[in-house]
Design a binder for this molecule. Structure first.
Ligand code: ZN
Length: 321
């Protein structure tokens, strides 16, 4: 073995010396190999799990809460998240691992994807703060304020789901990730639910950003999130793009709200309207294409009957998208 080892070492040494001579080098070569090894292997048909039991699931958990027991009770009794999670688990989406979706006390209003623990966390305080804004600040009656707060929490969940899928499925999502997952959340809501319900959730979330904007809550300039007023209008733009006739009024109302001192000209409005319509189609198609390889082939998996709109459909290869 020693002789062989010496012989191999001698060969490698010669190769390195030759490589250096021809302006390549051993260290560079090895580095490239390591870089390539970091890329996940492409998903192939052979790698697909054979049945539903082999696919990772989203697992809903409600941790005990000291701060907001009433909000926890409403979530548990309404079963809204049970339905959303069940819908996802039966959508044909092939996950490589189980992902907990955990409601818990955090100490501040937040929702986030834990890269370390591979877990979606939704803080009870997040919904409590929504309720404060919609009820105390915007003066909605408590029932309406709660409905809007639940909708904002649903949007926050889909936003975090975007982070989760980009991470765990190694999606090729480029650009500012916070904006990307706002778009993902909007697309998935339209894809997985009735479109009127999806529009309501996105618009209630846009109103949440409107209230933050009015409260003059600003994130520091180093923060990765887009400012509230831009997020508000991006969401309204998406909904407008889904049905320009239906959402014309709300679009103009919000457009003027953002820029009170410089009222938008007719030309500004016209140009933005056209863009919103293009963007709705473009973003929906882009996400559908990006997710296509991660959905199961028809007949192996059944979609649930929980509100799913009729679009988009199936690819020529018989794959849901
Ligand atoms: Zn985020």
């Amino acid at each position: 073995m020693n002789g062989l080892y010496k012989f191999s070492f001698f060969k490698v040494l010669c190769f390195c010396l030759l490589s250096v001579f021809f302006s390549s080098n051993c260290i560079g070569f090895n580095k490239n190999k390591n870089v390539l090894a970091q890329f996940p292997k492409a998903e192939t048909k052979q790698n697909f799990p054979k049945n539903n039991d082999d696919i990772g699931k989203f697992i809903l958990k409600y941790e005990p809460t000291n701060s907001n027991p009433e909000i926890q009770r409403i979530f548990i009794e309404s079963q809204i998240f049970d339905k959303i999670i069940n819908n996802l688990n039966n959508s044909g989406l092939i996950m490589r691992q189980n992902i907990p979706v955990t409601f818990q006390d955090c100490g501040d209003p937040n929702a986030y994807w834990s890269y370390k623990n591979k877990e979606i966390i939704i803080c009870y305080e997040n919904t409590a703060y929504d309720l404060f804004l919609f009820h105390e600040k915007a003066k909605y009656p408590i029932e309406k304020a709660m409905e809007k707060s639940i909708n904002e929490t649903i949007f926050a969940f889909y936003h975090e789901l975007g982070h989760a899928l980009i991470d765990t499925l190694a999606l090729n999502a480029v650009g500012q990730e916070e904006d990307t997952v706002d778009e993902f959340a909007s697309v998935m809501l339209y894809r997985n639910h009735d479109k009127n319900f999806a529009a309501e959730v996105v618009l209630d979330s846009s109103e949440y950003y409107e209230l933050l904007y009015k409260e003059k809550e600003k994130s520091p300039s180093w923060d990765e999130h887009t400012p509230h007023d831009k997020r508000l209008f991006n969401l309204v733009c998406f909904v407008y793009g889904s049905n320009p006739e239906k959402y014309e009024k709300i679009f103009i109302e919000k457009f003027n709200l953002l820029d009170e001192e410089n009222i938008a000209s007719e030309d500004n409005l016209k140009a933005r309207k056209e863009k919103c319509q293009q963007e709705f189609t473009k973003k929906t198609d882009s996400w559908n294409r990006l997710l296509l390889p991660h959905y199961a082939i028809k007949n192996n998996y059944q979609r649930s009957s929980f509100p799913i709109n009729n679009s988009p459909g199936m690819s020529e290869r018989g794959i849901y998208w």
